[in-house]
Design a protein. Sequence first.
Length: 228
Amino acid sequence: MQWINDLKELLFPRYCKVCRRRLMQSEQHLCINCLLDLPRTHYEREPNNLLMQHLMEWPEVIRATAYFYYYKEGKYSSLIHHLKYYDHPEVGTYLGRLAATELKASGFFDGIDLIIPVPLSKKKQRQRGYNQCDYIARGISEITGIIICTDCIERSINTDTQTAKGRIERWKNTEGIFRITNAETLKGKHILLLDDVATTGATLHACISTLLTVPGVRVSVFALAKAT
C-alpha cells in the first residue's frame, strides 16, 4: 500500500550513494542526476578499447568492456566503496542490472554460456562476508538469463590486497593464484569473466590464463569499472 511506502520513506529515508541527496521512491541507490552523469566508458562501441588492448595476446578472448570509469578521488568512487567496504553488496546487483540493460542491445552478451565472477580468497571472503563480484553477476544474470558458476575456479593462494601496489607488484602478486575446480562444466564454453575494478589487468590475466587451460574455452571480460 502506498501509505506504507510513504511511511517507510519518512522513517527510513534513503540517500544517493554519490551526492547524498534524498532519493525519490522510484530511485535506487543513485538519484536521476547522478545516474545520468555516471562516467560510462561505452567500450562496447570500441572493439579495440583500452581494456581489450590489455588482453589481445590471447585469440581466445572475444571481447571486453567496463561499465564506467573509476577515478580514485572522483565522486563515483563511493559506489565501489559502498560495494566492497561498507557492506552494501546490493549496490553490485543494482549496477549489474543497469550495465546489462544498457549493454544488451549492443550484442555484448551474445553467445556467452556462463558468468564466472573473479573469486576472492577464502580468507578475504570470510572477512568481508561476501564476494562483491557475485552480486554484480547476479544483476547481469537477472537481465540476460546467463547462468552463474561460482564453483568452477577458485583462488587457491591468499594474496595481499592489490590496492596500494604498483603495476609490477600487482603482476607478481597474482602469479599462479587460481586453479580450476570444475573443468567439465567449462569445456567448450564461452565464459564471461567478471571483475569489479580493472586496474592493471593483472588479476584478469591470471584468471584468464588459468581458464584457458581447459579445452575449447573462450573468454569475454566484463569489469564494472575501469580505473584510470
